[in-house]
Ligand binder design. Structure first.
Ligand SMILES: [Zn+2]
Length: 341
């Protein structure tokens, strides 16, 4: 199988079902230009007015955000309160826990977010045995280990919002637009209920990683570099998805199935956002997209109760041999990068 990459950002094309491109340019790159034609100021004014008018007459909160404490949740909260004048006591944070080890940076950032704006927060933890059983089954049978918790992270905040009559739920970027599935940067994210509206902040303020990081840093957000419990490998940065260690394995399994994971996702995004050159991104992908962070792997195996040998055997079973090959050290690598033509 011949491996193709996007002419503009270098992202691997065609290895995932439903992935599309136009003449060798990925849809995310095509949407990057569409962003320039959006009237952001008009959308920001609209949101300020919408928040003013949208009240919960039957309960104590008007809006909710599902937070990890990451840069995106911090920047959403900061903008809602400081730019759109949302009263802090009308905002509820919901934090969905997983059973993996939390990083020091993750714990610090969540606590800092809550204290900075004096917010209400609800911690939601699923019955641990269910989490472990489902995650183990999904890993061993389909190599999609976080299928269960991802579904809960989406559904549970909506259920909580409905139960407390909260009319607005805020999320970060609109993934359909950012990854090119749709050409419209819609403000409202589709939901199965008309009682709750999900609003994408990435459709109100132009979303980029660096913008999100800078806004979060203004309120004291810290990265993995500020702590010494996790020198993360197989990653393009030290500030995205830094709260849960074992969770990283989920992203890395994409490499085994489709030949890319977080390093590709982020490095190519940095190219689109103008903070990396395509050559730098390609180098980064070649150097570290294949690496499974050892601490994440250990934490993952310990949490779901399997040995690292069982882990490796499962990986070998699912490895996409059309595009991957084992190197001399027994690591799965992209054929085209290990043996360039
Ligand atoms: Zn691209």
């Amino acid at each position: 199988m011949e491996i193709r990459t996007c002419r503009e950002c270098g992202f691997i094309l065609g290895t995932r079902p439903n992935s599309k491109d136009v003449d060798g340019v990925c849809l995310a790159c095509l949407n990057k230009d569409r962003k320039k034609h959006i009237n952001w100021k008009e959308r920001q004014d609209w949101l300020t007015q919408y928040i003013k008018e949208t009240k919960n007459e039957n309960g104590r909160w008007d809006a909710m955000i599902a937070v990890s404490g990451g840069k995106d949740s911090c920047s959403i909260v900061k903008r809602l309160i400081e730019n759109h004048h949302m009263p802090h006591d009308r905002l509820l944070l919901v934090h969905i826990c997983d059973e993996f080890t939390q990083s020091e940076a993750g714990k610090y950032n969540l606590d800092n977010l809550v204290k900075t704006y004096n917010l209400d927060i609800m911690d939601f933890r699923f019955s641990p045995e269910t989490f472990i059983e489902e995650t183990k089954k999904d890993f061993l049978e389909t190599l999609h280990p976080l299928k269960f918790i991802e579904r809960q992270i989406y559904n549970m905040p909506l259920e909580i919002a409905e139960a407390f009559h909260i009319p607005m739920v805020f999320i970060g970027e609109n993934p359909f637009f950012e990854y090119g599935e749709t050409e419209e940067c819609e403000i409202f994210y589709p939901t199965s209920t008309d009682k709750v509206k999900i609003i994408c902040m990435g459709a109100i303020w132009p979303y980029s990683n660096i913008d999100s990081l800078n806004v979060a840093k203004e309120m004291g957000f810290k990265t993995l570099d500020d702590f010494d419990d996790w020198m993360r490998q197989g990653s393009a940065d030290s500030y995205t998805q830094i709260d849960s260690k074992g969770y990283m394995v989920h992203h890395w399994t994409k490499f085994i199935k489709f030949g890319f994971q977080r390093v590709s996702d982020l490095a190519c995004r940095f190219v689109r956002e103008g903070t990396l050159s395509k050559e730098q991104a390609e180098q980064m992908i070649r150097d570290s997209d294949w690496i499974c962070d050892p601490l994440a792997k250990k934490d993952f195996c310990r949490t779901i109760g399997i040995t690292e040998k069982q882990f490796d055997e499962t990986i070998d079973k699912f490895a996409n041999r059309d595009i991957l090959v084992k190197d001399v050290n027994g690591h799965w690598r992209r054929k085209d990068l290990l043996f360039p033509q």
